[in-house]
Design a protein around this ligand. Sequence first.
Ligand code: SF4
Length: 352
Amino acid sequence: MNASFAPSIRHDWTRAEITALFALPFSDLMFQAQSVHRAHFNPNEVQVSTLCSIKTGACPEDCAYCPQSARYDTGLEREKLMAVEKVIEEAKAAKASGATRFCMGAAWRSPKNRDMPYVTTMVQGVKALGLETCMTLGMLDEAQAQELADAGLDYYNHNLDTSPEYYGEIITTRTYQDRLTTLANVRKAGMKVCCGGIVGMGEEESDRAGLLQQLANMAEHPESVPINMLVKVGGTPLENEADLDPFDFIRTIAVARILMPQSHVRLSAGREQMNEQTQAMAFLAGANSIFYGEKLLTTPNPEANKDMQLFSKLGIKPEAYEVHEDESEQEASIVHQLQEAAMDSLFYNAAK
Ligand code: SF4
């Protein structure tokens, strides 16, 4: 990390400035993004999260990309809310394979009050394992956000998906403002925000700029910014969408890195379709977080060991769980030892 190159954190980006970044020659854009990245992060560390679908399918919303919407026939099997014990088992397995954050997702418009005791128990159980916790449950009102924060939830994921202008082409059952209100409730309750979008949904470059402008001009940047590449699922309205050029995807990552220097930019859904070279370029552009595990909610994700092989080829190490001041030294040491043990079992010693 080199603080002397650290640019100031801005919240007043204009669309024209962002458009100009997208228009830079590719090498210049990558150089800028990499310079910003190195000023704020160790460029050879990537944060690793595991995602677990705690309730799959039958969602009443109409997000055009989503196989979980009840409106589209995608052949997805509906599942009831997963039992708390099963979630804890999955979290233990995620931790054993090196994840430091466990994200739990439910296909709901918003959680019902009867669901809250279950999800808060999940948060407490996963946190007791020494993992960071994240949930995505749809829209939250102020009281629900507070309840989750009180249970110890670290992050809440709620994406803006695309620009305000293109949003109506993708979702009609909730407004952009609904999403901003949920994000405000999450912030007010004191949780960290995970918020990004999806590219390759037929949007223009100006929409990608518009999405990043919304994120970068929030009063506080989201701590995690997932940039998803559309996974085209048969039966959804976007199943035949034209492919986005991988360079346009990398440009989006690079611009996100420049606009939000201190956020973790997450290479998210769509990684299965990317070759190793495209993923390596995404890391070079400033992506420093991935999901791994067998599933990314309901879309395939490269198997965890393939990720670890790529990390090994690139000399990347999983980022350690950031231990906060209020956690005891003893706990920090146990977490560290567990992480070391997990890492030992993931890497073979090529020098032997
Ligand atoms: S993205 Fe979320 S809200 Fe939209 S249909 Fe899928 S599960 Fe429902």
